[in-house]
Design a protein around this ligand. Structure first.
Ligand code: FPP
Length: 284
């Protein structure tokens, strides 16, 4: 026989349901909330890195100029950033502009991207503040146009006191250049601290001199548009990251797709080269 009368069972079930539902963070859309309910909130990635790709193809399919894809990509950035902040992801890094983009794309497209970035920063600061998001950058910003550098500095300063998610934009970024800069910085630090014979190189030392020294390594990297490449993005930091590739083109990507990626991430068994999910560096 059932231990409780029917009305008591119903009460228990509905209370439990309310309890689970109340764990869904505020502000998620219905579809996002549906996926979130399948996630383990204690096992969310601490740092998600995203290679935003497919803007050109999105535009081409619509017989639009490539830059229309970049413009549409801003809505995807907005949705992804807000959803990540709402579910309390500590760090999100977006690959917005590589060093190669700068050198290999037509001048008109590059200057469009610069204007788009400047406008995004100006328009988005209030929303970043509402969501307690702190903005930062990685890359070689000193090679970007002066007015863009100024706008970047202004937006970083305007969000500097926020204590929630750190949103890092990779701008004029190349992982190989980052490593070159890290090695140069190590040599420079040694020469100012007793001379080159004081130079000590190990993994911790390299990590401490990367642009990302204040961030944990990403545990999940997402790439849109179906391409299976890292494209010179965070090569050191992604050593143990889970890779999630979706065929969705970046301008169509939304918070719900991010949650799908996190769901897939939580199904993976992370072993770091060991046998039973030990931390990075163990038995690798
Ligand atoms: C790759 O698509 C995307 C970029 C080079 C630029 C990313 C820029 C945005 C998403 C817009 C704005 C971003 C911010 C942070 C304001 P692609 O042009 O290589 O696409 P394709 O491979 O289909 O040609």
């Amino acid at each position: 026989m059932h231990p409780f009368p029917c009305c008591v069972s119903l009460f228990i079930v509905s209370t439990l349901h309310d309890k689970v539902a109340s764990h869904v963070p505020l502000g998620l859309e219905r579809k996002e909330a549906e996926i979130y309910r399948h996630l383990d909130p204690a096992q969310l990635p601490k740092h998600i890195a995203i290679i935003m790709d497919g803007n050109g193809r999105w535009a081409k399919r619509r017989h639009l100029p490539r830059v229309a894809g970049h413009r549409a990509g801003v809505a995807a950035v907005r949705s992804t950033v807000e959803t990540a902040a709402r579910i309390h992801i500590p760090a999100l890094t977006l690959y917005a502009f590589s060093e190669e983009n700068w050198k290999k794309r037509p001048e008109s497209e590059v200057s469009f991207l610069m204007r788009l970035l400047s406008r995004y920063l100006k328009a988005e600061v209030p929303t970043l503040n509402e969501n307690n998001i702190r903005l930062d950058y990685i890359g070689r910003p000193h090679e970007l146009p002066k007015d863009v550098q100024e706008r970047m500095g202004w937006a970083r300063e305007a969000t500097a006191r926020n204590t929630g998610m750190v949103l890092t934009l990779a701008l004029n970024y190349s992982a190989r250049s980052e490593l070159v800069d890290a090695f140069r910085s190590m040599v420079e630090a040694a020469s100012q601290n007793g001379g080159i014979h004081h130079l000590k190189i190990d993994e911790d030392a390299v990590s401490r001199h990367l642009y990302t020294r204040h961030l944990p390594d990403p545990d999940l990297v997402v790439r849109t548009s179906g391409e299976m490449r890292l494209s010179n993005f965070l090569l050191w930091q992604l050593a143990y990251a889970e890779i999630y590739v979706t065929s969705t083109l970046w301008p169509d990507f939304r918070g719900v797709h991010l949650l799908e990626g996190i769901l897939e991430f939580q199904k993976r068994e992370r072993r770091y080269g060991g046998l039973n999910g030990d931390g990075p560096g163990q038995n690798s």
